[in-house]
Design a protein around this ligand. Structure first.
Ligand code: NAD
Length: 493
């Protein structure tokens, strides 16, 4: 289906441009607006209210006023709102997909995949809402009863990145709504439109005023700073870079806030010599090129057993070299633009540095001239282990390949990073996978699978990749606090 200019204009005109505070779309107190650009063309898509400190505090006023009533709302009612929101997002899947492609650049097919993935957090947590169990037991010596109940943690600040504009919002809002928390959502300034449309859908689904407030703005710290300092806020859930996450953790310490931190990654993609190489290449393309490589789970280092490295490198270079780069709205495009010029410059600097250190360009290796921030899908062979490209998040369509000799060598190289989010292992032998999963210091390990994110699974990292989990039963626990009631047993002597 061709996307016409009229279709784009009509969709953009349907996106609310205000700040959502207490169920109302309002202008910013700063009187300023924030332009949102298409990274494929550089044109301005929309201008939305640019929220500041006063707006952030008004949003927290609304969230804290709504908290007690929302916590008392029956789980079934909260569940039905999430279910309705799932249905509405699914009905409007084409709108959400196109909006993400316009503001973020990913190809439409991938944006549709994100809508399905993102909507699933609403459905999964609607089902989980009514299953938040406590426990009741007798103390070991028999004198008392122990009753343990879960309560909503309270008003939350949710900060999301630009790379998955819908899924990063639903992955936080879904469990927060399920647990009975109210919230202020601050989307990334590069891609706020998807959150604006999502918030409109949450209201349409019946979410009461004040439960979800949305404040986008050009200065993230003008919004987050006063909220983290306000004793009414009880939690911050952040997805973004490790650098910003560490700063927020330091700020959160003053009010002893609950924190969930989904930070950067440096995923190893480990290929053993008994692996099905065709499947490994398919998985490698998915793990590397999904979202143009702009994913925290993106394979950042290809570690291939030395005996099959040449064969794997040639196969991967042929597959990646055949990918089509272009505007995400065009048919047949596999790889969209980078989010901004700065990102593309960083990627190219890493490639240039690796080549100077002795890496071989097997395909790509340069920027694409012309409009938009496009970078050629790239494979680098024989990358030296000390090259910067293997220690930093590339966040682009570049696959650096290096080699290992045996399992211990693979684990040693894989773990030689401060990050610990996703990792991937390809082998025909499940016992190899089990041994590797014991050795790998990563929150997630994929086995013969290049994409492992799922609403029902606990997503998250160790070391500098973060704290806490999103998705699965663990995801709702992040938004609840435990209360223990010690009860005298009336029959105990
Ligand atoms: P970023 O840290 O620059 O920004 C993330 C969010 O934090 C944005 O909303 C931004 O406005 C806000 N922010 C920036 N500075 C802030 C400050 N001083 N105070 C408060 N908020 C601030 O990251 P990004 O460039 O948007 O996203 C890319 C990064 O996110 C990568 O490192 C990637 O690995 C990581 N990421 C992690 C996950 C995960 O689940 N672990 C998922 C997606 C992205």
């Amino acid at each position: 289906m061709t996307i016409t200019a009229t279709r784009e204009a009509e969709l953009l005109a349907s996106v609310p441009t205000g700040l959502l505070i207490n169920g109302q779309w309002r202008d910013s107190s700063t009187g300023k607006t924030l332009d949102v650009h298409d990274p494929a063309t550089g044109r301005v898509l929309a201008s939305i209210a640019d929220g500041g400190t006063e707006d952030a505090l008004a949003a927290l006023d609304a969230a804290s006023a709504a908290q007690a009533g929302w916590a008392r709302t029956a789980p079934r009612v909260r569940a039905e709102i999430l279910r309705k929101a799932f249905e509405l997002v699914t009905e409007r899947a084409e709108d959400f997909a196109l909006l993400m492609t316009l503001e973020m650049g990913k190809p439409l097919a991938e944006a549709r995949g994100e809508v399905a993935y993102g909507a699933e957090f609403l459905r999964w947590y609607s089902e989980e809402t009514v299953r938040d169990y406590g426990r009741y037991l007798t103390t070991p010596e028999g004198k008392n009863k122990i009753l343990v109940q879960r309560k909503p943690v309270g008003p939350c600040l949710l900060i999301t990145p630009w790379n998955f504009p819908l899924a990063m919002a639903t992955r936080k809002v879904g469990p927060a709504v399920a647990a009975g928390c109210t919230m202020v959502l601050k989307p990334a300034k590069l891609t706020p439109l998807t959150s604006q449309l999502f918030a409109a859908v949450m209201l349409e689904a019946g979410l009461p005023a004040g439960v979800l407030n949305v404040v986008a703005g050009s200065s993230a710290s003008a919004i987050s700073g006063p909220l983290l300092a306000d004793p009414r806020l009880r939690k911050v859930s952040f997805t973004g870079s490790t650098e910003v996450g560490k700063r927020l953790m330091a700020d959160a310490a003053n009010n002893v806030l609950r924190t969930s931190m989904e930070l950067g990654g440096n995923a190893p993609f480990i290929v053993f010599d008994d692996a099905d190489l065709d499947k490994a290449v398919e998985g490698a393309v998915a793990a590397k090129m999904r979202n143009m490589g702009e994913a925290c789970t993106a394979a950042n280092r290809f570690l291939v057993q030395d005996t099959v490295a040449a064969e794997f490198s040639a196969l991967l270079a042929a597959r990646i070299g055949a990918l089509t780069t272009g505007r995400g709205t065009e048919a047949g495009v596999d790889v969209g633009p980078m989010i901004e010029e700065k990102a593309r410059t960083n990627i190219h600097a890493l490639v240039t540095d690796a080549v100077a250190a002795g890496a071989t360009v097997l395909t790509g290796g340069d920027v694409v001239p012309g409009d938009g921030f496009f970078y050629q899908p790239t494979v680098l062979g024989n990358v030296p282990n000390d090259a910067a490209i293997l220690s930093q998040e590339i966040f682009g369509p570049v696959a650096p390949i290096t080699t290992f000799t045996d399992e211990d060598d693979a684990a040693r190289i894989a773990n030689s990073t401060e990050y610990g989010l996703a990792s991937y292992v390809y082998s025909r032998d499940f016992s190899t996978f089990l041994r590797m999963s014991e050795k790998l210091e990563f929150g997630m390990v994929g086995f013969n699978a290049g994409v492992i994110s799922n609403a029902a699974a606990p997503f998250g990292g160790v070391k500098h990749s973060g704290l806490g989990r999103e998705g699965g039963a663990e995801g709702i626990a992040e938004y609840t606090t435990t209360q223990y009631l010690g009860i005298a047993d009336p029959y105990a002597g």
